[in-house]
Design a protein around this ligand. Structure first.
Ligand code: HAX
Length: 428
């Protein structure tokens, strides 16, 4: 048995007992109420699901298993996956064992490459990634064993699929990058490298300690963001129907591909480059202020700014900004991102609509990728996906372990709302 499986097998009985007792003692306690505004407003702030891997506090940002992200930003992504799923950081032996599991799973079936090669040449890289994960559903141990497994064993097959997806996803992501952008043949994995460094290697980027560190930071910072965001929530819902992890992760990644969610990093760098081209380099503060207003007056959003939950600069942005300051402060793209950090919050505050005028993770990540030679920004959400697969999959394995029920909130019609508010208005 793998060390991770052994660890979880030891933890799960206690976890199940805890939840059983909690349900018996407090199952009918109310934890949230819902207003008409929230029902129409994306259920913002409604507490209606459980996520134990991480929480996002409005004034602190991402906290993984009790550890603020800035305290663990220098950990390897594999360590973060172990932390997400078990609640503890791995020992050296546990880390090595997990890395070996990922590496052993790193072979991608030939039919995946055939399917990708058959897609239109100009397909969006996210469409290619999501298709590859979905087509690999053929390999699912969860689906293959579904009729033979007891409910209590679902998590074991889900974990096997999770390891297989995490082992293959950087290989697929790197392979599709090279295919989509005519970078030459695929590069085989280097078994001596860690997960992030190997991804850099397979992409064909510069293999320097700085570039490895940038990728480790990128994959660590994007790994999870509690349970209610579009991708995590979608993965959770699809998985709750006992669709296997390939179906669930592919669905979650389709949500990540939206411009208000993971695609914002592509949009953000696109905006920065447009600014650079428009002004022939770094603009003045006045020029950038006007460009932001032009965007808002045109009914568009300033990408990389605002958040549904956060009310402070995203600590993940702070980490990227700090890395950029140390490693590429003279890069003109980084300089524009830095200037935008000074300008956009003021403009959004004056504009008065956004509840949070501060940068989110997507405002800072693209500048670093660009600096290290990854200039094809439609690809950026694929990098986000490689990382976020860790969060979605750890939540999924835990959900199968604790037997989370199929998702089925109650919807009501607008007529029902009208009748309800009319009735309560009359009553008031
Ligand atoms: N630029 C312009 N207007 C903005 C804005 C921005 N960056 N952020 C919020 N607003 C507007 C909203 O569009 C909304 O306007 P309407 O009332 O006309 O609909 C109003 O301010 C109130 O919005 P909010 O309550 O502050 O924010 P929401 O929770 O509705 O939305 C979003 C959160 C992240 C979608 C939003 O801030 C946004 O569109 N930001 C730009 C896109 C972006 O950076 N997305 C990435 C978010 C992080 C992430 O998930 N990454 O994966």
């Amino acid at each position: 048995m793998s060390l991770l499986k052994e660890k979880l097998a030891g933890q799960i009985p206690g976890l199940r007992q805890d939840l059983k007792e909690l349900g018996m003692a407090h199952g009918d306690k109310q934890i949230s109420t819902v207003t008409v505004g929230q029902a129409y407003g994306g259920m913002r702030g409604v507490k209606g699901m459980i996520c134990d891997t991480s929480v996002v506090e409005p004034d602190q940002g991402l906290i993984i298993r009790g550890r603020p992200i800035l305290d663990i930003k220098d950990k390897l992504p594999e360590e973060i996956f172990w932390l997400l799923i078990t609640g503890e950081l791995p020992s050296d032996a546990e880390l090595k064992s997990l890395q070996n599991e990922f590496m052993a799973a790193a072979s991608v079936p030939g039919y995946v490459w055939d399917v990708l090669a058959a897609m239109p040449k100009e397909s969006h890289p996210m469409t290619m990634l999501d298709t590859a994960i979905l087509v690999m559903q053929h390999e699912s141990k969860f689906a293959a064993r579904y009729h033979q497994m007891a409910k209590t064993d679902y998590w074991e097959a889900a974990l096997e699929d999770a390891i297989a997806i995490l082992g293959t996803i950087p290989v697929i992501a790197a392979g599709l990058y090279r295919m989509r952008y005519n970078k030459g043949p695929r590069i085989e994995p280097d078994t001596a490298l860690d997960w992030a460094a190997n991804y850099v290697h397979m992409l064909g980027l510069q293999e320097t300690p700085d570039c490895y560190d940038m990728m480790r930071l990128y994959l660590t910072l994007h790994s999870d963001h509690e349970g209610g965001n579009v991708s995590a929530n979608t993965c959770h819902t699809v998985g709750s129907a006992l669709s296997d992890p390939y179906y669930a992760v592919s669905a979650g990644l389709n949500g990540l591909a939206g411009p208000l969610h993971g695609l914002a990093n592509q949009e953000c760098l696109g905006f920065v480059i447009k600014i650079r081209d428009q002004f022939g380099g770094v603009p003045t503060e006045e020029q950038l202020t006007k460009a932001c207003w032009d965007l808002l007056n045109g009914g568009q959003v300033i990408p990389g700014y605002g958040h549904a939950v956060l009310r402070v600069p995203d600590p993940r942005f702070v980490a990227f900004h700090g890395f950029g300051k140390e490693h590429c402060a003279d890069d003109e793209i980084y300089k524009i991102v830095d200037l935008l950090f000074q300008v956009a919050p003021k403009v959004l505050t004056e504009h008065g609509k956004a509840k949070n005028p501060w940068p989110n993770v997507d405002a800072g990540s693209g500048a670093l990728l660009y600096h290290y030679g990854l200039t094809e920004f439609p690809y950026y959400t694929v990098l986000f996906s490689v990382s976020r697969a860790m969060g979605m999959l750890s939540q999924l394995v835990i959900n199968r372990a604790i037997g989370t029920a199929i998702t089925r909130p109650k919807s009501v019609s607008t007529d029902w709302i009208k009748e309800f508010v009319g009735a309560s208005g009359a009553a008031g």
